[in-house]
Design a protein around this ligand. Sequence first.
Ligand code: SF4
Length: 414
Amino acid sequence: MKNETIIERLGILADAAKYDASCASSGTSKKDSRLGKGIGSTEGMGICHAYAPDGRCISLLKVLLTNHCIFDCHYCVNRKSSNVRRARFTPQEVADLTINFYRRNYIEGLFLSSGIFKSSNHTMEQMVEVARILRDDYDFRGYIHLKTIPEADPELVYRAGLYADRVSINVELPTDSGLTRLAPDKNAMQIEGAMGGVKSAITQSKDEIKRFRHAPKFAPAGQSTQMIVGADAATDSDIVGKASRLYDSFKLRRVYYSAFSPIPDASAVLPLKRPPLVREHRLYQSDWLMRFYGYKPNEVMQATEADGNLPLDIDPKLAWALKFREFFPVDVNRASKERLLRVPGLGVKAVERIITARKHRSLTLDDIAKLTVSIAKVRPFLIASNWRPTTLTDRADLRTLLAPKSEQLELFGA
Ligand code: SF4
């Protein structure tokens, strides 16, 4: 470490942090102006984008404190048996990097995670120290997301939440058996115990703030978690069930999914191939169905195929509609909001606009066409003043008619 400059270590530790999806970042094509051609790069080290609690998209420095680790999670490039270049920052160095990047307007906050160096408590103490220096010594008011270590002393996790806007604890794998096999040093009960502690601290802090204006805030942007998809045999049904239990039990802001990607120097117990990226996307769509469209977890599970996985060629909302055709067609001029939200191709905003517009006049299929990217997808499932699908809803080949034809699967359908 002595011979490596801060920039070299930043290169190692920002690269090592890229496998963590729980600070959501958006993919883009590689563009680079660092050799003097053009302006702007998408390849700068360690900058990711996340959504702040007020809905703004913000840039974060996303980095590990260290990629040294005493644990040996098979799916992780930083596990102790992995042959990667190691590096470590001191808390002061991470705080200084954050402040310097902030002053140059590169970032608006920090996403800090870490391998486990020496012990869980030692690592957690160092992470808390980064946040303490930023808040107390530099009076930093920007966004801080700390990935906390479930094996650490709950008091340290609590201190993390006093400095951070958001804390997260990764459940890592959807099933306990998968965790035991692929992350032998981790324990599902300990992970959920830590999440339970964070949930209680958030609830208590909100109560105290209602009673005492200056009561300390604890993780005001809540807690989140991440699950790796495709590293074990868990089906989408297992994953949806686990996510739903986590939302209910721990009041999580988000469950992030990360499609397992083969890592350099991979362990032999891992699959050789990554799952299709669209599987991760289908899980995010199912997450939206539960959070914004009123679907119960068992209804999302009903959209899965015989192998327990969501279809890849069509989105889960369409898959559910095709299985439960007796629910359709829905009358766009009379149906409740809940029923309209079930119509494939109608998003939440479109449904709100329909409800507002139909107070003034009867809506036609052309009116609906203006609110959706694919009227062909909507037509079999609704009735408008000039449209009734008659036998279309029940056609045996409806799935073939509606599945996207092009190779690029429809990524943003409602
Ligand atoms: S604890 Fe496991 S997942 Fe975390 S850095 Fe270490 S090996 Fe990787």
